[in-house]
Ligand binder design. Structure first.
Ligand SMILES: Nc1ncnc2c1ncn2[C@@H]1O[C@H](COP(=O)(O)OP(=O)(O)O)[C@@H](O)[C@H]1O
Ligand SMILES: [Mg+2]
Length: 499
C-alpha cells in the first residue's frame, strides 16, 4: 500500500555535529498509511534524520512540511502536539515506575483531587496492553521485566499517545522472534488505522516483511527509495555498503563456511562458569589461531561472559585455565597477567579521549615494560608503526584520540594489544557503530591477530559481526550455550533460528 498521499516531506536536510556532517542534502517523503523501512549501516544518519522529524534536533538546514504545511519544530513536545511520536534506540523508560505508569507517562489519569488515580491507571494500561497482545502485569516495576518486554511497553506508550506518525528506531534488536511477530501484528493494525510509520532496523528480512517502502541511507545521504515488491535483500545490501566489500556482503546474505582448526592447541578452557541470573554452566575452549564467535540476543549473557573473562565480573562457580594453567581472574590485572586482553563494547570506558593517540596505543604496556617506553619519542615510534599498519586516519599520533571517528578509535583500542600479544583477546561488539570501511579494517586486524596464533573471542548481539569474523560460533540463549556451529555452513537465518 504505497499509494497514500505524501504526508510528511523533508527537503534538502543537512545536519552536522561540531563540523562533522551527519546528513547531507537529504530528501525524505513519508506517505499516509505506509510503513517506511529505513536501513543503512551504523552511522549512516538514520537516527539523526528521524530525530529532526521528532523535534529532538532543532538545528539543521532544509525544510519540512506536514500535509503541505511548513513546520519548524522547536522541541519533541512540539512534535508530539502535532502527532509525531518516536521510540528511540536507547530505551527511555523509567525503570522504577510501574508498567502502567510508563505506558501512560505524562497522561496518567487523575481523580478530582488532582491525584493520580491508580485504579483507573492500572485498568486502562492493562486493557491497552492486552489489546496489543502484551501480557504483563501493569503493576510490576518495568525494570523487573525482560528487555524485550520493556521495549514492547515503550512502543505501546508511543502507540497510545495518539500519534499519527510513529518512528521506531531499531525496535527489534532486543526482541525474540515471537516478540517481533507480536510487534509486527501491532504495526499492521496501526497502519490499517491510517497511521504512518518509519521502521528502522538492520534486520533486512524484517524490513522486507513489514515495509511498504524502503529507503537506504549511506554516509549521511539518501541513496535510494523504492516500493518493496520491486526489491530484494541483495538490492538493499548493494546500496547499503557500496561497492567492493564482498566479505561483508557475504556475511549479510550468504552462507558462511566455517573452518574450524581442531588440531590447533587449546589456549583457554572454561568449565562450568556461572553467575546467578546472568550465565549458567558455560564450558568452552578457544584454540590458538582461532576466532570463536559467541552470538546471542541482547540479555543472553554473552556480553557479561566476556567481562568475566577479563576479571570485570566475578564468577560464582566454575574455573578458567589459560595456556594449561588454572587462572583466578579476580580483577583485570590478574586477567592481564594470565594472558587475557579485552576490548569492551563501549570504547569510551577504555580509552583516554583527551590524550593523544600515541599514549592510548602504548598505555596498556606502560606498567609492564621498562622506562624506555615512557619516553614519548619511543612511544611515538611504536605508535606511528601501528597507525600505519592499521591505517588509522588521520595518521597523526599527536591528535587527541577524541577527535577520531568511532571506527578509528576502535582501531586504536585494538592497536595497543598488538604491541604486546596476549594469549587470548576478547572483543565485545567490536564493530558496533562503525561504517563499512572501519568494519573491513577491524576484519583485517582480527585476521592478522589470528595469523599470529592468539585465540580471539568475539561476542556480539549482531549476527553479521560473528558471521564475518568467526571460525566457529557458539550461540547463547538465556545464559546458556545452546548450540555450536563448527566446520559447517551457517547463515544468519540459522543463527537467528537457534538464538
Ligand atoms: N549527538 C551527536 N553528537 C555528535 N555526533 C553525532 C551525534 N549523533 C549522531 N552523531 C554522528 O552522526 C553520524 C550519524 O549518526 P546516526 O544518525 O546515529 O546514524 P545511524 O542511526 O544511521 O546509525 C555518526 O557519525 C554519528 O557519530
Ligand atoms: Mg541509529
Amino acid at each position: 500500500m504505497t499509494s497514500g498521499m505524501p504526508l510528511l516531506e523533508l527537503r534538502g536536510i543537512s545536519k552536522s555535529f561540531g563540523g562533522v556532517a551527519a546528513l547531507t542534502d537529504v530528501d525524505f517523503t513519508l506517505r499516509a498509511g505506509e510503513i517506511h523501512g529505513l536501513v543503512g549501516e551504523n552511522g549512516a544518519g538514520k537516527s539523526t534524520m528521524m530525530k529532526i522529524i521528532a523535534g529532538v534536533h532543532t538545528e539543521y538546514q532544509g525544510t519540512m512540511t506536514l500535509a503541505g504545511q511548513s513546520v519548524r519544530l522547536r522541541s519533541a513536545r512540539d512534535a508530539k502536539s502535532i502527532g509525531i511520536g518516536m521510540v528511540h534506540q536507547e530505551l527511555s523508560i523509567v525503570r522504577d515506575l510501574s508498567v502502567a505508569e510508563n505506558v501512560l507517562l505524562g497522561m496518567q489519569p487523575v481523580n478530582r483531587f488532582g491525584m493520580i488515580d491508580y485504579a483507573t491507571m492500572y485498568r486502562v494500561a492493562g486493557e491497552q496492553l492486552k489489546r496489543l497482545g502484551i501480557d504483563v502485569d501493569p503493576k510490576m516495576p518495568i525494570g523487573a521485566l525482560p528487555l524485550g518486554l520493556q521495549q514492547l511497553v515503550e512502543i505501546a506508550r508511543v502507540l497510545f499517545s495518539g500519534a499519527r506518525i510513529i518512528i521506531l528506531d531499531e525496535p527489534t534488536s532486543a526482541l525474540s522472534p515471537p516478540e517481533v511477530e507480536k510487534l509486527f501484528a501491532i504495526l499492521r493494525r496501526v497502519r490499517s488505522e491510517g497511521t504512518s510509520l518509519v521502521f528502522i532496523s538492520h534486520f533486512l528480512d524484517d524490513i522486507l516483511r513489514i515495509s511498504d517502502t524502503v529507503t537506504i541511507f549511506r554516509n549521511g545521504r539518501r541513496i535510494e527509495t523504492a516500493p518493496v515488491p520491486q526489491i530484494d535483500k541483495g538490492w538493499i545490501i548493494e546500496r547499503m555498503i557500496g561497492a567492493g566489500h564482498e566479505e561483508l556482503e557475504e556475511s549479510y546474505t550468504g552462507e558462511i563456511h566455517l573452518h574450524s582448526k581442531p588440531d590447533a592447541p587449546v589456549v583457554m578452557t572454561t568449565s562450568g562458569l556461572s553467575v546467578e541470573g546472568v550465565f549458567d554452566d558455560v564450558s568452552l575452549q578457544v584454540r590458538g589461531g582461532e576466532v570463536l564467535g559467541i552470538y546471542g540476543f541482547m540479555g543472553s549473557g554473552q556480553l557479561e561472559l566476556a567481562r568475566a573473562l577479563f576479571g570485570k565480573l566475578q564468577v560464582e562457580r566454575g574455573s578458567i585455565s589459560i595456556g594449561g594453567v588454572t587462572a583466578k581472574l579476580n580483577n583485570t590485572t590478574a586477567a592481564r597477567r594470565a594472558g587475557m586482553a579485552f576490548v569492551p563494547e563501549s570504547r569510551r570506558s577504555m580509552l583516554f579521549h583527551m590524550e593523544p593517540v600515541y599514549k592510548n596505543i602504548s598505555i596498556s604496556i606502560l606498567q609492564e615494560i621498562s622506562k624506555l617506553w615512557l619516553r614519548p619519542s619511543a612511544e611515538r615510534t611504536i605508535a606511528n608503526k601501528h597507525v600505519k599498519t592499521l591505517q588509522i586516519r588521520p595518521p597523526l599520533v599527536d591528535r587527541p584520540l577524541g577527535t577520531l571517528s568511532g571506527g578509528n578509535q576502535q582501531k586504536v583500542a585494538l592497536a595497543k594489544w598488538l604491541t604486546h600479544l596476549p594469549k587470548v583477546l576478547v572483543l565485545s561488539e567490536p564493530t558496533r557503530g562503525m561504517d563499512v570501511g572501519a568494519k573491513d579494517d577491524v576484519l583485517k586486524i582480527v585476521k592478522s591477530l589470528r595469523e599470529q596464533g592468539i585465540g580471539v573471542v568475539v561476542v556480539s548481539t549482531e549476527p553479521e559481526t560473528v558471521l564475518s569474523l568467526a571460525d566457529r560460533i557458539l550461540v547463547m540463549k538465556r545464559g546458556k550455550i545452546t548450540r555450536e556451529f563448527a566446520g559447517e555452513v551457517v547463515s544468519k537465518d540459522r543463527l537467528l533460528a537457534v538464538a
